[in-house]
Write a protein that binds this ligand. Sequence first.
Ligand code: OAD
Length: 233
Amino acid sequence: MREIRNIVILTGAGISAESGVATFRGPDGLWEGHRVEDVATPEAFTRDPGLVQAFYDARRAKLKGVEPNAAHRALARLDAEWPGDLLIVTQNVDDLHERAGAERVLHMHGELRSAWCLACDGRSRWEAPLGDGPACPACGAQGRMRPDIVWFGEMPYEMDRIEAALVEADLFVSIGTSGAVYPAAGYVQTARYRGAQTLEMNLEPSQGSYFFHESRIGRAGDLVPAWVEEMLG
Ligand code: OAD
């Protein structure tokens, strides 16, 4: 086994579950009562912008009532103390990694606390609702801001940076993701092909579980702090 210096960590909804943020694929297959196609596609936004804005306004408002958990805090500690390269690639649109103190974080599916103006193409930090059609702080256009979320059929953010980190990775770790959504679901194969060790931590085996050298099954709040202790110990 080669020495571990560069680490890429992919996180999904499961890492925020113990903070009280709903995962995308609930037992009923719905996301907070909605089909993903009805709230997370550009077509849905064109068809019913009011519904989509209200959905994300509710998710954004809920962030005020949740806190990072032990798994977010452990990754923030690893980020602060790991001497080599490290990148946390999250599919999550919450800001719990940052609130736990992590800095080397990249949101490949966008962020709830960001708004994207379709008039000037600018992004603004955003805490308030978007459904009432506020003016863009940059260009002043009224009612042109949408959630800065990557919807199905849109290109995830920072693909080049992620790819570059994956080919340099000695260890790829996937935490709390079902492995149902590409390109993130394929990162294990990219990293492994380039010789990285691969580890997943999830409540149940993910869809791509067989691609990993090791699977640890359990709650992120238990597994991640123990793994970080191993890495830094
Ligand atoms: P999912 O909801 O598909 O999967 C969450 C995973 O976390 C499941 O495999 C659960 O078993 C696991 N899990 C739940 N609680 C956990 C816990 N306490 N500890 C560890 N694991 C736990 O969420 P994602 O894989 O993140 O995309 O979904 C990927 C993408 O699909 C999302 O980013 C979103 C969605 O539709 C967009 O919105 C574009």
